[in-house]
Design a protein around this ligand. Sequence first.
Ligand code: SAM
Length: 234
Amino acid sequence: LFVDAALAPGAEFPLGLEPTNYLANVLRLRAGDELLVFNGRDGEWRARISDLKKRAATLELVEQTRPQTAPCDLWYLFAPLKHARLDYMVQKAVEMGAAVLQPVMTRRTQVSRINLDRMRANAIEAAEQCGILDLAEVRAEVGLEALLATWPAGRTLVFCDEDAAAGGAAAALGAAAEGPLAVLIGPEGGFDPAERARLMTVPKVVRLSLGPRILRADTAAVAALALVQAVRGD
Ligand code: SAM
């Protein structure tokens, strides 16, 4: 369970309505039961429910079960999609170890407003689900040009492009996969020619094909992140 509290030996803290509901009605826990908690900073802890009422609960920490882990140095950049597809993209990116989630507005992006709180909630849920202790950083949307204008020199940009020649993805990633890296997935309509040309001016860019078929953006995201993680191994 994600908790918004400092975790240290002997700590005791209250839970609000939503997590209390989750403990009592979804997990069906009772006072005296134990569960694992994390806050994205202090590792994973075993906690005991010392009090459980209808609308509030109190947890007391028993012991640390895992130290805090360092996040993968992997950014996930994506043209945002609508509702359920965006939820899916965020969940899968977190499961695949993305440390930064960055929505990027491109010329053909059809979504104009992004619910960052919903993205954060999905990121937390995905981390809870797969035992990831470091929370992905959800960044506010940025235009493609603004993103590239301040691109960090040492970070490789893996630009997923359905027009790239298929085959040789592992070789294309090659040594680039070892350092700081970002994976970029375009919008439903793809990148336009000027954007493609601009992306190719990034000093450390890898133009990556995910095969000869045009994948849906959310499928492409999972395929690209899986490929990168298989090569990097983190
Ligand atoms: N119209 C579909 C949709 O609604 O999702 C497909 C959109 S596809 C153009 C979206 C993005 O997925 C592309 O900009 C690219 O980043 C990535 N993509 C899809 N298929 C790919 C492939 N075979 N190789 C590399 N990237 C791919």
